[in-house]
Design a protein around this ligand. Sequence first.
Ligand code: TRP
Length: 335
Amino acid sequence: MNPKPRVVSGMRPTGRLHIGHLVGALGNWVSLQDTYDCFYFVADWHALTSDFADTTQITSYTYENAADWIGAGLDPEKSTFFVQSLVPEHAELYVLLSMVVPVPWLERVPTYKEQQENLRDKDLSSIGFLGYPLLQTADVAMYDARYVPVGEDQVAHLELAREVVRRFNNFYGDVLVEPEPMLTRGAMRRLPGLDGDKKMSKSLGNTIHLSDSPEDVTKKVRQMYTDPKRIRADIPGTVEGNPVFTYHDAFNPNTAEVDDLKARYRAGKVGDVEVKTKLANAMNAHLAPIRERRAQVLARPDRLKEILFEGSKRARTIAATTMARVRDAMKIAYR
Ligand code: TRP
């Protein structure tokens, strides 16, 4: 028996990872890997729920994301990395769960209508999209996950997962474990975009990728949105809610330097160029080892594949056990 409680979380391979993922999900994932039995997976079927019309990038993003994870400090020796579609048992559990879950439960998950309204350019009318949180339920229930490290935006999905597990267990006995969300700690759950938008996201194009070169980082930082009132260096500026300072807080370990910059910014005694140059330097120092590890794994694609295939094999062993237990409980086991 493994004495460590199990943690499961996943990411959709819809693009390269950026510093928002690093500060939000990934940093948290890394911090859990010594204390928990962690399973981290690439949710490629989930990517299909919105990107089914163009699937050409999914596999390459899968590998890139796994490289991003290793770059960020996840260790495949400590945590199990796998690919959702390489564990087809997820689909079986999803089908069985779908038998007991009323459609309105899925229709009233807040992200369902929100996403349909926000992503107008995508066709989100499929059964697959409606079933998104149910597939997510299968993802975590498969491994008896106790904790699921996710961002605030996923709490409703975990709430659904708990209700689904309870309903399933009501019919068939104590078969599945109720998962609990584990939120990223600290004030820094969500990094604003480079443009000052509340959210950093690929679709808004306001991100810094873990794969960006030092020159790109410097250039992007130089163009960052900052206090728009400050058209000259001698005008006092606002630090609170200013993304340049939010990033300083997140990435600059030299708190004395940050405090000094903030004080002079408030007093109108520092130019944007100095504030941003120091930020770019701090970010590049933070990202350099990540970038390097990422490039190293990507230079060995066979090793990267092996990590995902081996991890998926390990995941599949557990999934097979869970499915045998589920079929038994449902009295649909043939032998
Ligand atoms: N919905 C998650 C997200 O967009 C990704 C995901 C899929 C997931 N399955 C999961 C997260 C299971 C945690 C557990 O971030």
